[in-house]
Write a protein that binds this ligand. Structure first.
Ligand code: SF4
Length: 208
């Protein structure tokens, strides 16, 4: 009962604080979100957005990425780190999207997870963002804040996702994930949460 009240109040307050929170990866075409999300591993969304501009200026279609020369792709995605693996993944992912999905993004978890470089976190983002499905994107902010709120105890992304799927209303799941990213960047910082100025403090379970 106690957790239900905290969930309700924190959802309401996050909505008030960050009414326009959204995915911070830019994209024009749906497939660009899939590739950008792969590039965002261990990298900031802001940097990926810069890299993506050059990438899609040079390779504007999925087909052109699938046919791109590896060295040229690597050079373009290098600023995002782990560039060899990322270049390989986006090239293979582009090829599979062309061959098996006619350039579209599948709307089921299983097909998404079969795409090179796409894990559950990105698959959820694509389901929620592109297909309007309920989705829990268990990224580092979501896990850290959900733990501090007292919504979950573990740090395994799959378990956190499952717990949040149980306790958050379906329509609130994706907005919650976007909003905790905003709050995690602005107030509930990883090393030193600013509890003294935090509007969520009355319902947060963090004891320091
Ligand atoms: S009260 Fe502290 S731990 Fe809880 S959400 Fe706010 S900043 Fe984070």
């Amino acid at each position: 009962m106690k957790i239900k009240g905290a969930v309700r109040n924190i959802i309401r307050e996050l909505g008030r604080l960050y009414p326009h929170a959204r995915c911070t990866l830019d994209y024009g075409e749906p497939w660009q979100l899939a590739l950008n999300a792969r590039l965002a591993a261990q990298c900031t969304d802001a940097r990926v957005n810069i890299v993506a501009k050059s990438l899609y200026a040079r390779y504007p279609t999925l087909e052109s990425i699938a046919a791109a020369e590896m060295g040229a792709l690597e050079a373009l995605v290098r600023p995002t780190g782990f560039y060899h693996r990322k270049a390989e993944d986006i090239k293979c992912c582009a090829a599979m999207l062309c061959e098996k999905h006619s350039g579209g993004i599948p709307d089921d978890m299983e097909s998404l997870l079969a795409l090179p470089g796409i894990g559950r976190k990105t698959a959820n983002l694509l389901l929620g963002e592109l297909h309007g499905k309920s989705a829990v994107v268990a990224d580092t902010h979501c896990i850290r804040l959900s733990r501090r709120f007292g919504f979950t105890t573990g740090d395994d992304p799959y378990k956190v996702e499952m717990t949040l799927r149980e306790i958050l209303p379906e329509r609130e799941q994706l907005p919650y994930c976007h909003r905790v990213v905003s709050h995690g960047r602005a107030v509930c910082l990883a090393r030193s949460p600013r509890c003294g100025v935090c509007a969520l403090r009355p319902w947060c379970g963090f004891t320091g």
